[in-house]
Ligand binder design. Structure first.
Ligand SMILES: Nc1nc2c(c(=O)[nH]1)N[C@H]1C(S)=C(S)[C@@H](COP(=O)(O)O)O[C@H]1N2
Ligand SMILES: [Mo]
Length: 399
């Protein structure tokens, strides 16, 4: 411990040039109280973003021991909406925070002790990780996949690195944060003990002014993009990359039938839906339509940040499973006509497979399912990520 805290010798004064010289950053806003304030807002946004991101990840890739409930219907829509909203709101907060603290990169002496050097080093994964997560998140909701790595895997692991670095950073800064966010009288930064430092003679922005500007920016970004998953904000939807009501049958399409290479197979009159279980059977198009139909009002919630409600019609999955003698406790795999692509099949565990709202939909918003939405039949289930709502289904297999 001694080694860590022992003071290191100061480097020679002649090295103090450029940004390293005293008074190189005159703005009063490069100060710990503002840094702590922005940091705590950012901390809240990051915490919500991280936790909802974990929900998203584990809903999409559930480990064996974890079975998600099918209700409430809107749960995933809420968690994914919060994930995107808090991520977007973090952008102005992070930029303002970095601006407030960046002069510290040139603080003198650069390192005071081994412990201080370690604390400085954790800034690298923290800042790099935060910028990376926000940039790739924005690229993802804009459906801009020009990078070479696989988005979900990288975004997931960098989240852990960033949060790890954030926890170390918080531990290192705990005393400073406490001193600066207290009653306002213990401000280590502000010897006058006032909440807002005196206005500079040039009339520059005050601390409160900057706080309001950044808070407003975060609020505006959230409100003008949340409309892609919150219907009553749709009219403010200026920044949202997707409109939840634009697409065939008033619903966005994620991957078209052409892109998935399934047009010929989906239109083939010899199409058959197979249910593979103890009493396997297959249905032609007419037989599929003759089954008892139900309707369900359910959202498609894409990880890419949009969600839209629709009215689905078709047989219940559980009725098909019963007819094939598949026991209630069984998990099934729903397979599409697609031969390639990461989302060509999905597993359905009992809570979803047996839910009365889970359909193999053949109709959408009052008409036959459009080929881009999965004609002849697609899975639609409550509280389930869009990527698992498999389109162009041709086989359901008991696992
Ligand atoms: N077979 C197949 N099903 C799929 C996909 C896919 O690429 N292939 N994409 C999924 C994704 S990511 C989403 S968000 C939903 C979107 O459904 P929609 O295009 O009908 O709106 O379909 C899902 N079903
Ligand atoms: Mo999606």
């Amino acid at each position: 411990m001694r080694v860590l805290t022992r003071r290191l010798p100061s480097p020679p004064e002649v090295l103090r040039r450029g940004p390293l010289r005293a008074g190189a950053f005159p703005s009063r806003l490069h100060e710990p109280r503002l840094a702590a304030l922005l940091g705590s807002w950012l901390g809240i946004a990051f915490a919500v973003c991280f936790l909802t991101g974990l929900v998203s990840h584990f809903m999409q890739h559930p480990p064996g021991w974890l079975v998600w409930p099918a209700r409430p219907v809107w749960l995933y829509r809420l968690t994914q909406g919060l994930h995107v909203a808090t991520g977007l709101a973090s952008i102005p907060l992070l930029l303002a925070k970095l601006w407030t603290v960046y002069p510290r990169l040139w603080q003198w002496p650069p390192v005071r002790s081994a412990a201080h050097a370690l604390e400085r080093l954790t800034i690298v994964p923290l800042v790099a990780g935060s910028l990376f997560q926000l940039a790739t998140g924005v690229a993802n909701i804009a459906q801009w996949y020009r990078f070479r790595f696989f988005f979900t895997v990288t975004h997931y692991w960098v989240a852990w690195i960033t949060v790890g670095a954030l926890l170390v950073h918080l531990a290192a800064k705990a005393t400073v944060v406490r001193a600066n966010l207290g009653t306002g009288r213990v401000g280590g930064a502000d010897p006058t003990g006032r909440r807002d430092a005196p206005r500079p003679p040039d009339g520059g922005l005050s601390r409160r002014g900057l706080g309001i500007a950044v808070g407003t920016a975060a609020g505006v970004i959230t409100l003008t993009s949340a409309g892609q998953s919150v219907p009553w904000l749709a009219r403010l939807d200026l920044l949202a990359p997707r409109r939840p009501d634009v697409g065939p049958q008033r619903l966005p399409v994620n991957r078209t039938a052409v892109a998935a290479g399934v047009v010929a197979l989906a239109r083939d009159l010899g199409y058959r839906l197979e249910i593979v279980g103890p009493r396997p059977f297959a249905l032609g198009l007419d037989e599929l339509r003759a089954l008892e139909e139900h309707t369900a009002r359910l959202p498609i919630t894409c990880v890419e940040g949009w969600a839209a409600d629709a009215t689905w019609r078709g047989p219940r999955l559980r009725d098909l499973l019963d007819a094939a003698g598949i026991p209630p406790g069984a998990t099934v795999r729903v397979e599409s006509l697609e031969t390639r692509g990461g989302y060509r099949s999905s597993e359905v565990a009992p809570p979803h497979a047996r839910d009365p709202l889970t359909l193999l939909a053949t109709g959408l918003n009052g008409a036959d399912l459009d080929i881009d939405h999965g004609y002849p039949a697609r899975l639609i289930a409550p509280n389930r990520p869009g990527v698992l709502q498999t389109k162009w289904v041709h086989r359901v297999v008991m696992l």
